[in-house]
Design a protein around this ligand. Sequence first.
Ligand code: BGC
Length: 738
Amino acid sequence: MAANRILTGVCAAALLSAGLGRGLAAAQPGPESGAEARAARIVSAMSREEKLRLVFGYFGSPQAAKGYMPPKEARMGSAGYVPGIPQLGVPPQWQTDASLGVATQRDSTEPYRVRTSLPSSLATAATFDPQIAEQGGAMIGREALDSGFNVMLAGGVDLTRDPRNGRNFEYAGEDPLLAGTIAGAAVRGIQANHVISTIKHFALNDQEAGRFVASANLAEAPARQSDLLAFQFALEAGDPGSVMCAYNRVNGVYACENPDLLETALKHDWGFRGYVMSDWGATHSSAKAANAGLDQESGYPFDDRPYFREDLAQALAAGQVPPARLDDMARRIVGAMAANGLLDHPVREAPIDLVADAKVAQAAEEEAIVLLKNDGGLLPIARTARRIAVIGGHADRGVIAGGGSSTVFPPGGTAVAGLGPKSFPGPIVYHPSAPLPAIRARAGGAQVGFADGADPAAAAKLAAGADVAVVFVTQWAGESQDVAMRLDDDQDRLIAAVAAANPHTVVVLETGGPVRMPWLDQVGAVLEAWYPGSGGGEAIARVLFGEVDASGRLPVTFPRDESQLPRPHLDGEGLPADRPFDIDYNIEGAAVGYKWFDAKGLQPLFPFGYGLSYTRFDYGDLKVERAAGRLQASFTVRNVGSRAGRAVPQLYVSSPGWEAPKRLAGWASVELQPGESRRVSREIDPRLLAVWDPAAHGWKIPGGRVDVLLAASSRDIVAQAAVDAPAATLPASWRPPR
Ligand code: BGC
């Protein structure tokens, strides 16, 4: 959809009367797009009842406790369904979760329950490669369309404010530019299939504990510079048809009835022309939510009442919601459908090539795996190794996946049955892409033994007789609950036992996010493989044997322990589920992740942006210039090692007066043969040189010296150049020209 905003007169009036219309007068409605004109024509032919039909969504699965059965046109076992208006050419909206692929509610027996899973979104962020994210999005979007869906509840972009958030694996890390770029690219890929994607959960849904009742509190300026900026970047990069508002409150007001978020920031300042849908159970009112900017209630019967059905009709009749607002809601929904081709490209049920699609997932995982430690070049596994011990993590059967609404069920069901909670967010699912056979296939003449790790002594014995021991370990995270920042069960002890028996121990982590590593000094090598997805076993084996470079970089800081976090104890931990509480994000403000560690002078276990390679790179010749008022940085990357590899040089900017000493301002993903070099140039978004000024309702660049840092990670700066950035104020609606 086009970038510029249209605000109906009634919305503008409502905003102004609510005192929220700062800058409205300056905002010019943009030219109406063809899709919007078409939507306006269609909506003008609708009855009120038809418009109301479009703004109310049903859950796509039975809810036994509530005696609920979805409408028969819904795809049983799916996330949602919104009836269409066939006589006006508006198809139903068939909604499926989520960012990793076509997910299914766990009790489904429908044929589309078996689909391809990308590695976790955090893994995709670790690629630092928007092209990989877009290809992944294109694959899952096509699977969605071919499974009969035209709305995908993807695009998770909440920042990793806390490594213990149980849904970090569905999001794209701790930095607004990285998260927004990666999530936006995935959305672009999905929507290329005539499938609308969301970005979610707007906003500050940064922990799961208390998600229905907690208030995430953060002042305007730091919010604009952190979590909101991630959404803004994702919106600009991906142009999603829909934004899903979150469960939690923000500064005391439910996100789905929060005009500061929905009207002021999203629709007015950022020019969002699509529709806002609520998370499943996140609507709490009719008139209040509609007037604050919610366009569609989702997932009935998750909410207490069907707020956007009879209640909304009554609110309209009573004049509490202007009829023009209902028109706006319907126009936004139909406009997004038109702009993304849903009116002209019906969903279909077509065969899916699971083998080809697993290769797309595998390619993403291959770039996502981060080599955290590699003493003495232990990896890649030497061709001379005669005996290899593979241990733990169900590596003989598959790779672990995260739990909850995003879980994609693999062909043949989970590779390891009977694990985890029986109810949501369980069960624990393993994708049947097992590392062990993939390792065996590459081991040449070496003997490959396996121990399941249940008995550390037996595992240590196997390791003692091997040239190299590879230990697979897991941390399961799932929606609706947070996790401890550690491996599950006794796996730390397993690693210690194996490492004591064999110093050539390689640890492969399959985790939702950062974990503590008490055994780090005792092992030779560590790979972070995240949740590896449908091609995970092959990808891990290829990296272990050096068929591809280890080239992922950390999209999140790995703390040493919880004492380094802004909240050593998670807010709300241990409280009854229905007791409201506050989460004080003003502690760190916009200093999320590495920015917090930099501001506080803390030494993390592994810093943001970090990752080793099997080759060596040289970064240099940094030049920074001002062209047409914008900063442009260029530099040279050289592969000075002896094998091909992928470099991820990073640019940070630094200036006094910000939330933290530096901010990520760009990066590149560069494949290089040995001896090859490339010149790379990146333009720096001026908002990354600014602070949000609430009084001016815009971005303020104070003017003065800015240092541009060329880096191998946030803690490995290799060159820097100073430049003068003139003072400037950018309006809230500023975005880079396309
Ligand atoms: C989750 C959303 C999801 C929705 C539909 C909610 O519980 O928070 O991310 O899209 O359910 O399944």
